[in-house]
Design a protein around this ligand. Structure first.
Ligand code: C2E
Ligand code: MG
Ligand code: MG
Length: 697
């Protein structure tokens, strides 16, 4: 039997060799299986022929599960595998640390790093791939996170500073440089203290560090110093970073520059409580202070006075010299007011030319009057503003806590009422509030209600007073004067109700009725044949301010068919001074229609030449208070003569009001006055009587 295999004479070397191979195989397997990395090999078709044990840890497959399968099955995609091979080929047949994505047995994707090469036979043909692979997912994720973190750090709009545990700066970002002015190279390696402004004291920092040590962070507002020395407020958050042993390794500070926000906040807070023009507290803050003062006074049994200060003739200054000068005057006035009170008192601008003053902690009841007198004195001194000089005065009303009330709004109203009385008494005066004033207010209120009813019931009538041309001795027109035919009070003259009608705004509907009625009567005169007659109608400043005078006039003309050229509006100077540009524009439009314009009661108001020129009036009506005396009083005569000359030089016709005697008439004729009006010719007459006077009916 053995002879049949004669050439096999001794099997020992073969067995030895086989044993050696098996031994080396076992050794190799042992080495491979001990490897942390996974060893694998494929044949030339990409079929796995070998995989070390650790592949279970890597991919979840046992080596046996892998052998015989295509290696590409374990890649995330065929393309991924092709790409890997392509990279290997391009690199001369091997790759070190090549990244690729595999799919774990449980389906999740993972990043691996592979060292691999093509295996070749003696002729150089590729007979397979061999390599080792390790999981790189965690490291890759960590790297990505780091890259992201670095990116966030750099791009953050907030300044970021990272220091070591001793506050030595390790890293800063661009926003840090932008905000502080320090380039990274200038701060890295230095103590973060270089930013400190010195504004916070040691206790502040101690508290901050305590919080960081105890809670791991601190947040708050802090002032720091920029490279250029400028201090700025920042909103800062500091966190500590600890290692696994719990030791602090870093501090991370993140801050934003809040100087703009702070400035805006401060401005808003200031504006909410102050008047922007004078910088004085506004009503809101004043009310707060008043309430505090009252609460304090209640405990100390002392008093608090509220002074309502209104500047007289301020509007004239504003209008003659312009708003900038007016504004400066208000600021100067505020300054002067401050010199009149103690630091603990409060002065506030109430709007326009009104100021409120709180005098606190009053022991002496004379103090409010003394302060009021002082205020009148300082405000009465001439103001020098740029090249201008202005004189004003002040009217002051005083209400006292607790005598007049214990509520701010009540006291304010009472001080206002008292001020109103000071003004009514001729201005440049002060008044304490009295109950009597309150009953005046009540009377005014009753009057308002009565007037409202009267307008609804049509209780008003117009009387007409002739306007006489001096040279020709003829009636050339009439002035419409309103009367209230009250069933209870009898026929009321304007002095009894025009003020209340203006105060309540009722003058607007009343004035509209007057215009309608006067235009209708004017049309009657013209239809009766007296086409040369004009009709003068008085218009109040309130109608200009609150009503639409232009529209009202147009409606009255349209409804009556009266000619615009025969209608003349009588305005007082105060209208011109109160309203300025807007009024001027309205008046110009009416004048363009042919409506005439007369300045009434000239001499009693501001008597401003500038206004006369600007408003291009047609007539000047000299107030009766001057006219009355011209026959006996040389002063009045001089004034009237000058006024007539002045008016003529401006191309205005002059009407003298209140001519009651022949003597006055003769004097006016000598002075060259154009027209007259007065009891010497006729009282204001009901419509029918006036018509008879001019020969109609
Ligand atoms: P005014 O426009 O200056 O009117 C002239 C005032 O002088 C009239 O008083 C008239 O009766 C009075 N008067 C005329 N001649 C003489 C005289 O020889 N001696 C004296 N002592 N007085 C004379 P009245 O009617 O009481 O009107 C007073 C003021 O009321 C008017 O002054 C005018 O400003 C205003 N008023 C009258 N009607 C209206 C109106 O319809 N609307 C407006 N807004 N105000 C009016
Ligand atoms: Mg008049
Ligand atoms: Mg008048």
């Amino acid at each position: 039997m053995l002879g049949a295999f004669g050439f096999i004479t001794d099997l020992t070397p073969i067995v030895e060799a086989q044993r050696a191979v098996a031994e080396s195989e076992r050794e190799l397997r042992g080495v491979l299986d001990d490897l942390q990395d996974t060893y694998y090999r494929t044949d030339q078709n990409g079929i796995v022929v070998r995989a070390s044990k650790s592949v279970v840890r890597l991919l979840g497959y046992a080596p046996d599960e892998m052998i015989g399968r295509r290696l590409s099955d374990f890649y995330c995609s065929e393309a991924e595998r092709d790409d890997f091979l392509a990279r290997m080929r391009a690199n001369g047949g091997h790759i070190v640390g090549g990244e690729s994505r595999l799919r774990h047995k449980d389906g999740h994707e993972m990043w691996v790093l592979t060292n691999a090469h093509f295996m070749r036979d003696a002729a150089g043909n590729v007979i397979g791939v061999e390599g080792t692979t390790r999981d790189n997912t965690e490291r890759r994720n960590a790297e990505q996170e780091l890259r992201l973190a670095a990116r966030v750090l750099e791009d953050s709009g907030e300044a970021i500073m990272i220091t070591d545990p001793h506050a030595i700066v390790l890293k800063v970002n661009q926003a840090f440089t932008r905000i502080t002015g320090y380039a990274a190279g200038e701060v890295i390696g230095r103590n973060a203290r270089l930013l400190s402004s010195g504004r916070q004291n040691a206790a502040f920092y101690a508290g901050m560090w305590r919080s960081i040590k105890e809670t791991g962070y601190w947040r708050g507002e802090i002032w720091n110093r920029r490279r250029n020395g400028e201090l700025f407020p920042e909103w800062l958050g500091i966190s500590s970073v600890r290692d696994t042993a719990g030791e602090i390794t870093h501090f991370v500070g993140i801050f934003t520059d809040i100087s703009e926000r702070k400035a805006t906040e401060a401005k808003i807070a200031f504006l909410a409580h102050h008047d922007p023009l004078t910088g004085l507290p506004n009503r809101l803050l004043l009310k707060d202070r008043m309430e505090q003062a009252m609460a304090h006074a209640e405990r100390s049994k002392r008093k608090v006075a509220l002074l309502f200060v209104d500047l007289d003739r301020f509007k004239a200054v504003n209008d003659s010299f312009g708003h900038p000068v007016g504004d400066t005057l208000l600021r100067d006035a505020a300054q002067r007011l401050m010199g009149c009170v103690r630091d603990s008192d409060t002065i506030s601008r109430h709007g326009g030319d009104e100021f409120l003053v709180i005098l606190t902690d009053l022991q002496n009841p004379d103090v409010p009057a003394q302060v009021a007198a002082k205020i009148m004195a300082v405000l009465g001194e001439r103001f020098h503003i740029d090249a201008h000089e202005a004189n004003i005065s002040a009217s002051i009303g005083i209400a006292v806590y607790p005598d007049d009330g214990d509520d701010f709004d009540v006291l304010l109203k009472k001080a206002d009422t008292a001020m109103y009385h000071a003004k009514a008494a001729g201005r440049n005066a002060f008044r304490f509030y009295t109950e009597r004033m309150n009953s005046d207010v009540q009377e005014r209120l009753d009057l308002h209600n009565a007037l409202r009813r009267a307008i609804g019931q049509g209780e008003f009538v117009l009387h007409y007073q002739p306007l006489v041309d001096l040279a020709r001795g003829r009636i050339v027109g009439g002035e419409a004067l309103v009367r209230w035919a009250s069933p209870e009070l009898g026929l009321q003259l304007p002095s009894n109700f025009i003020g209340a009608a203006e105060h309540s705004g009722l003058i607007v509907p009343l004035g509209e009725w007057v215009l309608q009625e006067a235009c209708r009567e004017l049309a009657n005169w013209h239809e009766g044949g007296r086409r040369e007659l004009t009709m003068a109608v008085n218009v109040s400043s309130i109608q200009f301010r609150r009503g639409d005078v232009e529209d009202t006039v147009l409606r009255a003309l349209a409804a009556s068919g009266a000619q615009p050229g025969a209608l003349e509006l009588e305005l007082t100077e105060s209208i011109l001074i109160d309203g300025a540009e807007q009024v001027l524009a309205t008046i110009r439009r009416l004048q363009a229609l042919g409506v005439g314009l007369a300045i009434d009661d000239f001499g009693t108001g501001y008597s401003s030449l500038a206004y006369l020129k600007r408003f291009a009036a047609d007539k000047l009506k000299i107030d009766q208070s001057f006219v009355r005396g011209i026959a006996d009083d040389p002063n009045d005569a001089a004034i009237v003569r000058a006024l007539i000359e002045l008016a003529h030089s401006l191309g205005l016709k002059v009407v003298a009001e209140g001519v009651e005697t022949e003597a006055v008439l003769n004097e006016l004729r000598r002075m060259g006055c154009d027209m007259v009006q007065g009891f010497h010719f006729s009282q204001p007459l009901p419509a029918a009587d006036f018509r008879r006077l001019i020969g109609l009916d």
